[in-house]
Write a protein that binds this ligand. Structure first.
Ligand code: AMP
Ligand code: MG
Length: 397
């Protein structure tokens, strides 16, 4: 690797060593907990199902009584039947409790009922179509582990054992601002030399996808005073402050001196493409991550560095994105000396296609792609090679 450059993994390790889950835990209604990070593992205070019940609409029977029976009762879900009289069957519906004495349920499709007479047209097995008490969850058993993002089905599972509220970490407050005198917002006139602030849209969307509470400080002019002022305010209000642009060492790059004046800063040159300059620091109690201004670079560095940092700060235990080994349906004969994150897309043959322009100013590549190909430094790719693919679907979790 080139001297003076930090590897992606070294930078990640240093970043994550600083990240700690937010201290505050909130008790929120389980109905509103989907998407939040569970702060304490949850156990069940009951058996699920609480009693033996029917898995089918049919008849509850006792095997020893044979195949010709009298229908003596009807048990609906939500009601309780009485003990099965000898020689009788109970009409029963899905979810209804099995009456004492019954040892199987016969599907209605295998029965002929005439008035109260029942004939079973099939051999039956003991225990058939009975869901046993506690077969899903045992009282005292762990149902949800701490440090996971709650999915809709997790809140359903909690509700199924009567849990009304769940302890979750407070949302991470993420401050964003965008440096550059050239930036204007869509809707404003685009004077010569100006560009639209596309990073604001990309980075805000990412912050929301990761469940942050967002504070957007907008566009900050290229001046040391303006940058310091916003930085002070953002640091006071947020857990993490992320910026785009101004981290190179050009005349208009004020992020570095501003962070140094307000706190502490590490400037990293990272052996990755796109990317390279990344600033990491601390201002007051808040962490600071300065991303490059290039739209593709800020998108990729957000996914590779800010994402795991935010997830760990949120209290998630698993911060590594899961990758898939996939087939490259293209040649990449002249790889960069740095680790590359190439914009690629699934094709109809189940392989990956490469976006023709991998220039870090071409935002189109990120919108076209289905994810990033994580290519080791200086590794040429030949058509048909197996490569590591980071799909957006995994990076956006
Ligand atoms: P910088 O890192 O400030 O030197 O910016 C690098 C490149 O990214 C320049 O071409 C900037 O115009 C562009 N750029 C910086 N910030 C943004 C932004 N918020 N949206 C779109 N492009 C940007
Ligand atoms: Mg700039």
């Amino acid at each position: 690797m080139s001297p003076g450059l930090l590897s992606v993994d070294e930078a990640l390790e240093q970043l994550l060593a600083s990240a700690k889950p937010v201290a505050e835990i909130e008790e929120v209604p389980a109905l509103e907990a989907s998407g939040r990070i569970l702060a304490r593992s949850q156990r069940s205070t009951m058996d699920v199902p609480p009693m033996d019940n029917s898995a089918m609409d049919g008849y509850a029977v006792r095997l020893a009584d044979g195949l010709k029976l009298r229908i003596s009762q009807k048990i609906m879900a939500g009601s309780v039947g009485s003990a099965l009289e000898p020689g009788s069957a109970a009409r029963i519906f899905t979810g209804a409790p099995i009456p004492p004495g019954a040892d199987a349920v016969v599907m209605q499709e295998h029965c002929t009922a005439t008035g109260t007479d029942l004939v079973i047209n099939k051999e039956i097995k003991k225990g058939e179509w009975i869901r046993r008490a506690a077969s899903d969850i045992r009282k005292g058993g762990e149902i949800l582990s701490a440090g996971k993002r709650l999915l809709p089905q997790d809140t359903g599972l909690a509700a199924s054992v009567g849990i009304k509220t769940l302890p979750v970490y407070r949302k991470v407050r993420l401050g964003l601002f965008f440096t550059g005198d050239e930036l204007v917002m869509p809707g404003e006139p685009l004077a010569p030399g100006r560009i639209y602030n596309s990073n604001r849209f990309t980075l805000r969307g990412l912050a929301e996808a990761f469940g942050c509470e967002l504070r957007d400080y907008g566009i900050v002019p290229d001046s040391l005073e303006a940058t310091r002022r916003v930085l002070r305010r953002a640091a006071a209000e947020c857990d993490v402050v992320v910026t785009s642009g101004g981290v190179s060492v050009g005349d208009a790059d004020f992020v570095k001196p501003a962070v140094e004046a307000e706190g502490r800063l590490l400037m990293w040159k990272i052996a990755m493409k796109p990317g390279r300059p990344l600033a990491f620091g601390k201002v007051q109690e808040s962490f600071f991550i300065g991303l490059p201004g290039n739209p593709v670079s800020s998108f990729v560095t957000f996914l590779i560095f800010v994402r795991p940092f935010l997830l760990k700060t949120q209290g998630l235990l698993e911060t590594n994105p899961r990758s898939i080994m996939a087939r490259a349906d293209f040649d990449w004969p002249e790889p960069d000396a740095r680790r590359e994150f190439l914009r690629v897309k699934w094709n109809q043959q189940g392989g990956l296609d490469l976006y023709p322009t991998q220039d870090s100013a071409v935002l189109t590549s990120t919108a076209w792609a289905d994810g990033l190909l994580d290519n080791p430094a200086a590794k040429a790719i030949r058509n048909g090679d197996t490569v590591r693919f980071l799909p957006y679907s995994e990076l956006y979790r």
